[in-house]
Design a protein around this ligand. Structure first.
Ligand code: NAD
Length: 380
């Protein structure tokens, strides 16, 4: 049996092993408000870390830590791909979002964010809403994605949906040599904030749609739109969406939907959608490649939201956000060309592009003087 001191050493060694790819992990404990949170800063090579804060009833601290480490790393790649001057970070608050939220808890969280001195910017994620961060904002300026009345850029699903459309156009150009989507057929899973807007864009382009959502109201609303525009919108039941004969599958609901079973069913030529973490695991990119299905990496396609949130920190400007979002088209063309040339998956090509961007910047950076964003400079 280990002595107390040995246990302590073993635990800290494990923690450092777990966070070996990360710069900093902060455990935030405030017994007065009940706040227990973890902030992970993965990489600030490109600028201060940014990433939402998730609130979830994690069963164990290890589970929360695992989540925050994985999500913060994903943010590093997302920021690098979007070519915004931010690095990757993420926060998790351990607690039940339906029971444990108080204004004081979010103010305490804001104080911990502030203590990082501009190294970490955050906002909403699963389990948190903008109103929570209005409390945190009283303690720190390092809050992003605020509503327009608080000086923010507003609804992120607008640039996210536009980015998906540009992603689809890049895929169409690669597959068919044209961005014209007239009479092309798309299967869309999820008609929420992003999916519905993507569907509207596609209908305007003259496309036909198969659609599914667990909420029939969203389907009915889109079918009516399709009728008004003289386009075909065919509702599909649940998992049948994977086997419809469409050109491009557009996942805009949940993650992990590309797995061993669904890859067998797919009849599409490409996958291009907003949902985060579409592949259950990265090796499925190889399966898709072998099946001749072009996969547009999700974190590139859905980066319109992070483009807006980071842009907001430099005085919001919708035109600039839309311009930057259109660059998703060129990023994807470059990734597809690299993947083709080197005979690698599109995910490998995307990751390599992001790592190269970081390597280039690293040569000019000093680790302990990360660039502060404009909002920090103006208001501190
Ligand atoms: P949302 O909650 O508004 O919409 C999700 C929709 O999917 C809902 O209409 C829901 O009923 C439907 N849905 C859920 N499970 C389903 C299932 N099994 N089958 C079919 N439909 C299902 O969310 P959103 O903001 O539109 O985001 C959609 C996806 O895009 C998410 O994965 C999100 O993480 C990702 N994303 C969103 C943004 C953004 O700016 N909102 C940015 C980047 C990535």
């Amino acid at each position: 049996m280990m002595t107390k001191a040995e246990t302590k050493t073993a635990m800290s060694a494990d923690l450092f092993e777990l966070m070996q790819e990360h710069e900093q992990v902060v455990f935030c404990n405030d017994p007065e408000t009940g706040l227990r949170a973890i902030i992970a800063i993965h990489n600030t090579t490109l600028g201060p870390a940014i990433g939402g804060t998730r609130m979830r009833n994690y069963e164990t601290t290890e589970e929360a830590l695992e989540d925050v480490l994985k999500l913060s790393k994903g943010m590093t790649y997302k920021c690098a791909a979007a070519d915004v001057d931010f690095g990757g970070g993420k926060g998790v608050i351990i607690g039940d979002p339906s029971k444990d939220k108080t204004p004081e808890l979010f103010r305490a969280y804001g104080q911990f964010v502030e203590s990082l001195n501009g190294r970490f910017y955050t906002g909403t994620d699963m389990g948190t809403v903008l109103e929570d961060f209005v409390h945190s904002h009283k303690e720190t300026n390092c809050i992003a994605g605020l509503p327009e009345e608080y000086g923010g850029g507003g609804e992120t699903s607008i640039p996210t949906a536009l980015g998906v459309l540009y992603g689809i156009k890049a895929v169409s150009k690669t597959l068919y040599g044209t961005e014209n989507l007239l009479e092309k057929t798309f299967s869309i899973q999820g008609l929420g904030k992003v999916g519905f807007k993507v569907a509207e864009h596609l209908l305007k382009e003259g496309a036909n749609l198969y659609v599914t959502d667990i909420n029939p109201d969203m389907i009915n609303a889109l079918v009516q739109k399709g009728e008004l525009m003289g386009r075909s919108v065919i509702p599909v039941q649940g998992d049948d969406i994977y086997s419809v004969p469409a050109d491009i599958f557009v996942p805009c609901a949940i993650g992990g939907i590309i797995n061993e079973q669904t890859t067998e069913q797919l009849k599409v030529k490409a996958i291009t959608g907003a949902a985060n973490n579409q592949l259950l695991h990265e090796s499925l990119a190889v399966t898709l490649k072998e099946k001749g299905i072009l996969y547009a990496p999700d974190y590139i396609v859905n980066s319109g939201g992070i483009i807006q949130v980071t842009d907001e920190l430099y005085t919001p400007n919708k035109e600039r956000v839309l311009k930057k979002t259109k660059a998703i088209y060129h990023s994807l063309l470059e990734i597809f060309a690299q993947a083709d040339e080197r005979n690698i998956t599109t995910i490998e090509a995307a990751n390599t592009m992001c790592e190269q961007r970081m390597a280039t910047r690293r040569r000019r950076n000093s680790f302990f003087s990360p660039r502060k964003c404009a909002k920090w400079d103006v208001r501190h």
